[in-house]
Design a protein around this ligand. Structure first.
Ligand code: ADP
Ligand code: MG
Length: 498
């Protein structure tokens, strides 16, 4: 056959296939469509499977990566960052301190008055604002000016009793929940943005310097005494109320964990050994990845199309920013390939991130007999109406699959940390481990939380599981940062204060 003939034959075949597709599409009766939809759900479920044996492999991979990350800089996908926090709050902290919590969609400014040994937290007040999306991808100065401005307003409105004595600066703990290479308790450079932020000129800069310059521009007299992230803040806040807290996990827009490590188990630490013998490690576990992780085509596509492809793989499977989006992607495929929502693909369903995790959790946890919430969410968010109860059940099932996988993987991560620190096996003296938990996902997504806690129990085993408890450390990260500002205050020996 000559070239022209081959081309003609190919075109001919293509035409036949095209016609056939149209015919198949027209003939795809509802039963065929339903079967195809069910097959897509089944496949998704299988690929998301997290049997116990797999979770143990993932936990073991986590401990291996923890060792590697502690051994050397760049030794692992897990940065295992040294926080320079070697003494957690004791409860004796005293005075008025501030915190600024930036880590995702919202940020908070706080003022905490600490009453010393018996006094506890005498007073606390906070203000919250969301970060305008434009600032998430703008310039460093624009973002930090915005934050400093809010802090300026907060301070300007405060009562006289909170004013510092003359000659004494206000002190602040800065909770900045992005990967930072810390160089002391109050300095550190941003390694990269995550969670939808992308501001080139901040990367490689000292974020305390950036904040301090902005505070100056806005006329706020304040010293940044401690730089932490939400996990370290949560660990510090948790320890203030509970002596047995040694791990903190955040499940919010993103996810991360921090824990107390023996300083001697950190080969890359070259400083003097801290008196406590301990150092808090910021794992940056959102960036964990392992060949054992159950990753589907949907996850792969989500990653490729994200702002940080190839990074934060564990976060993309477990955290609030992504769970709803994973469900949307499966629904879109069902609409395209199984005409799940009728002959047309609902246009809204094509919009990335339109289905947010709070809406997903509301659908998942819809207890009404006719799944009214699912119906309402499909209508309001995706403009899909007149779904049958049977279809709404499928939507709930998809939410369940994605949330269960996320929660069980997060549990495997926790089990990995428990193993690394020898806390997976009960100790003679009945030592307890309290895990301080925070983040909107953990707080509000009850099914997710229950699944996570049950799975940790399942992995630990019956005898040991009573030694592990979870503590919701509500807004612990902000208070924790203020506590760390207190314990790293310039005026610690200044008895004239407060
Ligand atoms: P951030 O992580 O941005 O600092 P939060 O800890 O408050 O803030 O977590 C907010 C995230 O928690 C949201 O992005 C969302 O993914 C998740 N979330 C909030 N409310 C709910 C909810 N009702 N159900 C499920 N997830 C929720
Ligand atoms: Mg947060």
């Amino acid at each position: 056959m000559g070239k022209v003939a081959v081309a003609a034959a190919v075109i001919g075949t293509a035409a036949v296939v095209g016609v056939a597709a149209v015919v198949v599409r027209q003939r795809m009766k509802s039963s065929g469509r339903w079967a195809r939809a069910v097959a897509i759900v089944k496949e998704f479920e299988e690929k998301c499977g997290t049997p116990e044996a797999k979770l143990v492999q993932i936990a073991d991979a986590m401990t291996v990566e923890m060792h590697a990350g502690l051994a050397s800089e760049g030794g692992s996908k897990l940065k295992m960052l040294i926080s320079y926090v070697d003494n957690l709050p004791t409860g004796e902290e005293e005075g008025v301190f501030y915190a600024l919590d930036l880590g995702g969609t919202n940020f908070r400014v706080l003022r905490v008055q600490l009453g010393g040994k018996e006094g506890g937290i005498v007073h606390q007040e906070f203000a919250e604002a969301s970060i305008p999306p434009a600032l998430m991808c703008g310039t460093s100065d624009a973002l930090f000016d915005y934050i400093a401005e809010k802090l300026a307003n907060f301070v300007a409105e405060e009562e006289q009793i909170f004013h510092q004595p003359p000659g004494k600066q206000r002190e602040l703990g800065f909770t900045f929940s992005f990967p930072v290479m810390q160089t002391s308790i109050n300095s550190g450079t941003l390694m990269r943005w995550t969670k939808g932020f992308s501001i080139d000129d901040t990367v490689g800069q000292d974020v305390v310097v950036e904040l301090t310059k902005a505070l100056k521009r806005k006329g706020v007299e304040m010293r940044v005494a401690a730089l932490v992230n939400d996990t370290i803040g949560t660990l510090a806040g948790g320890r203030y109320t509970h002596n047995d807290v040694s791990i903190a996990v955040i499940l919010g827009t993103g996810t991360n964990a921090a824990y107390v490590e023996r300083a001697q188990a950190i080969p890359k630490w070259h400083g003097p050994l801290p008196k406590s013998g301990e150092m808090v490690i910021n794992m940056e576990w959102g960036n964990f990845r392992s060949s054992h992780l159950p990753i589907t085509d949907y996850d792969h596509a989500l990653d490729v199309e994200s702002l940080n492809p190839g990074e934060q793989i564990f976060e993309k499977l477990t955290s609030g920013m992504y769970l709803g989006e994973i469900v949307r992607r499966v629904l879109l495929r069902m609409a395209e390939e199984a005409f799940f929502f009728g002959d047309e693909v609902p246009p809204k369903l094509k919009i990335p991130f339109i289905l947010r995790t709070p809406e997903m959790s509301a659908m998942h946890q819809d207890t009404s007999s006719d799944l009214r919430v699912v119906d309402e969410k499909l209508k309001n968010i995706l403009e899909i109406s007149n779904t049958s109860l049977k279809k709404r059940r499928v939507v709930v099932e998809l939410c369940n699959i994605a949330a269960t996988r996320g929660a069980r993987l997060a549990a495997a991560g926790i089990f990995g940390v428990l193993k690394k620190t020898g806390r997976d096996i009960p100790k003679e003296g009945g030592e307890k481990t309290v895990i301080a938990m925070d983040g909107g996902l953990y707080e509000h997504y009850t099914e997710y939380r229950k699944c996570l806690e049950n799975t940790v129990g399942e992995l630990i085993g019956d005898e040991s599981s009573s030694a592990i408890t979870f503590e919701h450390s509500n807004d612990g990260s902000g208070i924790g940062a203020a506590l760390l500002a207190a314990s790293h205050s310039l005026y610690l020996d200044d008895t004239s204060s407060s």
